[in-house]
Design a protein around this ligand. Structure first.
Ligand SMILES: Nc1ncnc2c1ncn2[C@@H]1O[C@H](COP(=O)(O)OP(=O)(O)OP(=O)(O)O)[C@@H](O)[C@H]1O
Ligand SMILES: [Mg+2]
Length: 613
């Protein structure tokens, strides 16, 4: 059975496989490599990807995106009447990608290598593994996104040893990493980043700027309008990637307006975000103890790096030219595919070892001499230490005649223990002696599977106690997983063969909410017509109607973006249907003849009139 690679992104997810000596991207039902990480619910049916993205606007209360940001947290998403945890929503994405891979490979898939930001802590990593389990995938290895990017670069590039600075700026997170590649080893030297900074923040700033210019209160707008505004902002951002100026056109229920924006203005609006790019770059260079001269290559990863100004900014901060190897939004995915190849022990891929690092410092609590009620953190394994790692520390008793030493294990960078995540506790009995006279030796051993072993030995008695902390410790047990899987089973991911029709209907629904007047009537009529064809269940008729409906929707989208009414959409009067050529094949195939269309149109008008009355 094949092992697949998955880049589970905040905005987009991709699935890959190692085949014929290379990592290849697997297309979804629409032939796209990027599947939006959006989930929507309609009764017991779950929509994932493109269709769900359309429903962000028409059904905002039943739809969710950007949930990767909340992996490992207690956040609950309410979609319609159902409640989901972030990992359950991620499980739907993974399940869809698994199905796409199975359809492409024509064989079942049971295992995946999934990438996560190097910055993810244990709780976030466990949640990702759980999402895999819930999707029916074995996820033995998570791979850090920069390591995956570096692996893809190394395979595409020469065999040379190199130090890479990987600048991954995606939809929801910024990760900056230093990666050392030598002798078939890929070693992450240091990671830094901002897991609250990504492309969607640019969209939000643009949307707010639009509101400010149009004297609107963004917060007061309804969810539907906010969704349309954000989508228009993203579209405008894309346009500014290709051109110096763009128009931000918004067509929503309560808002129809347009605003020209230049690249210069955009840079000004987004200035607060740019300054936040500098800090992680500086931090990673300090943590990795590398000077700028020692960096051989700057690799741009993530969709947001397509913005020319981001590349310029990175060049400016680093004083050297950054490269994009391949497309910045597929490179991590290609790396996961390569890693899946290594894991499956394919002969045609060299055995490259990806080392891991500890993304957060690990330590124990110690008494704070200045503030007894608040313990300090004593770090044993520093962040960015290459794994596996083993470190020891020696501590002594802090009060007179204490009978035990209570070691609390924490993960994080805070100076005070309580500012970090608490991982577990260990009590070690010690002989009662005046303070400072009993000493314990504490050893931390942390491996690449996120298993931390804490061993404490009282030096006077040689009494040892140990504690095993598995980063998956908050994983549900087998029984719980089975229960959850069964609960999620009742939601059916929409059937693949209907994908294309569902997407068109969802687009039609969205355009219906975005249009007004005659154009809206036209959309309504076309939706009616297409649904009519679907009801006929005649394959040929459906395929013809789909062609027509798809062409029509493209026209309407064009109209909305360009703010005018095209010749074919001026006015849907009785003759309007004639602008579309249909074959007069009669009833045999179910394709409506011109006469049928005319009747359908009159029928629709009649229904509409009845409803209006
Ligand atoms: N041509 C473009 N111009 C500007 N921005 C773009 C372009 N193409 C994609 N983006 C932005 O890139 C972001 C998505 O990037 P990507 O697919 O790499 O993110 P992701 O992997 O889902 O997120 P993350 O890595 O944060 O988990 C979106 O915010 C999108 O708007
Ligand atoms: Mg990404």
């Amino acid at each position: 059975m094949a092992i697949i690679g998955i880049d589970l992104g905040t905005t987009n997810s991709l699935v890959t496989v190692w085949k014929n000596g290379q990592s290849i991207l697997i297309p979804n039902t629409f032939g796209h490599f990027l599947t939006p990480s959006v989930v929507s619910i309609d009764h017991e049916t779950i929509y994932v990807g493109e269709i769900a993205k359309e429903r962000l606007i028409t059904h905002p209360k039943e739809t969710a995106g950007i949930f990767k940001r909340f992996m490992g947290s207690d956040k609950i998403y309410t979609l319609g009447k159902r409640r989901f945890r972030p990992e359950e929503l991620s499980a739907f994405i993974l399940k869809k990608l698994k199905e796409d891979a199975e359809a492409f490979l024509k064989e079942p898939v049971a295992e995946a290598v999934v990438s996560v930001p190097a910055y993810f802590n244990d709780a976030q990593r466990s949640a990702t593994k759980r999402a895999g389990e819930l999707a029916g995938l074995k996820v033995e290895r998570l791979v850090n996104e920069p390591s995956a990017a570096a692996l893809a670069c190394q395979l595409m590039n020469a065999e040379e040893d190199a130090n890479l600075l990987v600048f991954d700026f995606g939809g929801g997170t910024l990760d900056v990493s230093l990666v050392e590649c030598f002798d078939n080893v890929i070693n992450v030297l240091a990671v830094s980043g901002d897991n609250r900074l990504g492309g969607s923040d640019f969209d939000r700033l643009l949307a707010r700027y639009f509101c400010q210019e149009k004297r609107l209160d963004f917060e007061a707008l309804n969810e539907n309008t906010k969704g349309v505004l954000l989508q228009s902002a993203e579209k405008c951002k894309f346009d500014l990637t290709d051109a110096e100026t763009a128009k931000m056109t918004v067509s929503a229920e309560e808002l129809h307006d347009t605003l020209p924006i230049s690249r210069e203005q955009f840079i000004e609006i987004a200035a607060p975000l740019f300054t936040r790019l500098t800090e992680p770059i500086k931090k990673v260079l300090i943590d990795g103890s590398l000077s700028l001269d020692e960096i051989d290559q700057v690799v741009l990863v993530g969709g947001s790096c397509k913005m020319p100004v981001v590349k310029l900014y990175v060049n400016y901060v680093l004083g050297k030219e950054a490269d994009s190897i391949g497309s910045p939004d597929t490179i991590v995915a290609l790396g996961t595919g390569a890693y899946a190849g290594i894991k499956a022990r394919h002969q045609d891929i060299r055995d490259i070892l990806l080392t891991d690092i500890c993304p957060f410092s690990l330590g124990v609590n110690i008494v704070n001499p200045l503030e007894h009620s608040r313990d300090l953190m004593s770090v044993l394994i520093e962040r960015n230490t290459t794994l596996p790692a083993s470190r020891t520390g020696i501590y002594c008793t802090a009060s007179d005649f204490q009978s035990k030493i209570e070691l609390k294990v924490y993960q994080g960078e805070g100076r005070y223990a309580d500012e970090n995540s608490f991982l577990g506790k260990l009590d070690l009995p010690v002989p009662r002696k005046p303070k400072g006279q009993e000493t314990v030796d504490v050893r931390f051993t942390y491996d690449i599977n996120g298993i931390l072993v804490v061993e404490a030995t009282a030096l006077s008695t040689k009494n040892t106690k140990s504690l095993l902390l598995i980063s998956d410790s908050n994983t549900m047990d087998k029984h719980e997983i089975e229960k959850k899987v069964a609960a999620l089973q009742k939601y059916k991911i929409h059937p693949k063969d209907k994908d294309e029709n569902r997407l068109l209907l969802a687009r039609g629904d969205r355009l219906f909410t975005q249009t007004v007047g005659e154009l809206r009537k036209a959309v309504e009529f076309e939706l009616f017509l297409f649904s009519h064809a679907l009801e006929s269940q005649k394959t040929h008729a459906i395929s013809k109607a789909r062609e027509r409906f798809s062409y029509f929707l493209d026209q309407v989208s064009w109209e909305l973006e360009n703010g005018g009414f095209g010749p074919s959409l001026t006015n849907p009067d009785e003759n309007w249907y004639q602008t579309f050529k249909t074959e007069d094949t009669g009833d045999k195939t179910g394709i409506p003849s011109e006469e049928d269309l005319k009747n359908l149109f009159l029928n629709w008008q009649l229904n509409r009139k009845k409803r209006d009355d």
